[in-house]
Design a protein around this ligand. Structure first.
Ligand SMILES: [Ca+2]
Ligand SMILES: [Ca+2]
Ligand SMILES: [Ca+2]
Ligand SMILES: [Ca+2]
Length: 424
């Protein structure tokens, strides 16, 4: 495989990757119920009750949601997903959605069920017991179905003159959280993930599962960067954002959840208000012009602070390290890249003509033209990519100049260290 770094082929690769919604997750189903008809193409509804209305499109949560009204009569109506292929998720699989409930005390069941036989039989994997809520994230572990094809998910409403149930933003992916957007901040060398709305406790758990914590804001520049990158949705609406600042340990003493010392705070006027004893979690307040700090309860939908509460997870982004071992003629050499992020594309390029420097699409590289590339690798869950290559016998004593290009899922690119290695 010959591939020049100055050819447009890699640029096309980067362009394709830019369409990925966020770093580090494989998504096999995503439905926001924004586009008619309802149910969406591939989804079906099975009505077994007296009502003929059943599931319809209703306005709540993020724009339009799937909605079951509290209609007269007895209802047993299931909204069923298209067949989901979990083959790309061989180890872990999760379903995430937002839900809202009204008149919960009249509910019989709001269950989520799975069918593996095309809808003939279903097994219940979740039966909601929460009270009324404007918006809650529901995160269900589907890992016992990981690697299977044709899995159906059913949202089953049962009851007689019962409750209202909204379901929206259904995602099936391979991580325990639902990442909406990812940005890397060169100023801190950290990666930041916008999480689907949740309580502070849920957001922190997701951040930890991603290898980090809710954001620690060390100075005004990081505060501004977070607001500019995550504070507004595509329509310009403002988002309230959870930070890692909290006074869980001692009322009135605010600490970052990652243990960093507090070098910067920027409270909105009148804050921290400690309006109730359990206002222990600090958000960037979307109702304040500058998104300054406000202490709030462990909630997921704050009418006082403006809309849904999105966590920002901050994850240390280590520098990728490239190495070669056993570069011996007639033997098998291992080309290794460590400390990547999961699902990074890694392109190891090499030259036998010299150490450059050569200007490429991705910056100056320590390689002389012509530059060739090994097959593109994908970093695994530990951030590692490697390939074994048989070294031809005739090449003893030949110097190999090599360097790797890392293409992040969001399209960012990083050049690794370069190596000069003489074939033994
Ligand atoms: Ca929606
Ligand atoms: Ca930080
Ligand atoms: Ca407090
Ligand atoms: Ca407050």
């Amino acid at each position: 495989m010959l591939k020049s770094w100055t050819s447009p082929s890699l640029a096309l690769l980067v362009g394709a990757l830019l369409s990925s919604p966020a770093w580090g997750q494989v998504i096999v189903l995503a439905e926001d119920f924004e586009t008619l008809p309802f149910p969406p193409p591939g989804w079906t509804e099975v009505q077994s009750g007296a009502s003929t209305n059943g599931w319809t499109a209703g306005y709540k949560l993020f724009g339009t949601a799937a909605w079951h009204d509290d209609l007269l009569g007895s209802n047993d109506n299931s909204l069923i997903s298209p067949p989901i292929n979990l083959l790309p998720l061989p180890n872990q699989a999760w379903m995430h959605c937002l839900q809202a409930v009204r008149f919960a005390s009249y509910r019989d069941n709001h269950s989520v069920e799975v069918s593996l036989d095309g809808g003939i039989t279903f097994q219940i994997i979740h039966d909601d017991v929460e009270g009324d809520t404007n918006m809650a994230s529901l995160d269900l572990d589907l890992s016992s179905y990981a690697g299977l094809n044709g899995v159906l998910l059913s949202f089953r409403y049962t009851g007689d003159n019962a409750s209202e149930w909204w379901v929206d933003e259904v995602v099936v992916n391979d991580i325990p959280g639902n990442i909406l957007q990812t940005e890397n901040n060169p100023a801190t060398d950290h990666s930041y993930h916008l999480l689907a709305p949740s309580t502070w406790v849920q957001a922190q758990a997701t951040a930890e599962a991603l290898g980090g914590n809710l954001i620690t804001i060390d100075d005004g520049a990081e505060h501004l960067w977070a607001v500019q990158n995550f504070g507004f949705d595509a329509t310009g609406a403002r988002r309230a954002l959870w930070t890692g600042l909290n006074d869980l340990n001692t009322e009135g003493i605010f600490e970052w959840v990652d243990g960093s010392s507090v070098s910067y705070v920027n409270w909105a006027p009148g804050e921290p208000s400690a309006a109730s004893a359990d206002e222990d979690y600090v958000l960037l307040d979307a109702t304040d012009a500058q998104f300054r700090f406000n202490d709030a309860k462990n909630i997921n939908y704050g009418t006082l602070v403006g809309g849904a509460l999105f966590g920002i997870a901050e994850v240390y982004m280590p520098t990728p390290v490239y190495s070669i071992s056993n570069l011996v003629a007639g033997s098998t050499a291992t080309f290794l890249i460590e400390h990547c992020q999961r699902l990074d594309e890694c392109v190891i390029a090499y030259s036998i003509s010299g150490s450059g420097p050569t200007t490429t699409w991705y910056g100056l590289v320590d390689l002389s033209m012509p530059i060739r590339a090994l097959p593109t690798l994908t970093a695994d869950a530990t951030g590692t990519a490697s390939i074994d290559i048989q070294v031809p016998l005739a090449l003893t004593g030949v110097p190999v100049y090599s360097q790797a290009l890392i293409v992040r899922v969001n399209g960012d690119t990083v050049l690794t260290n370069s190596l000069v290695t003489i074939i033994q």
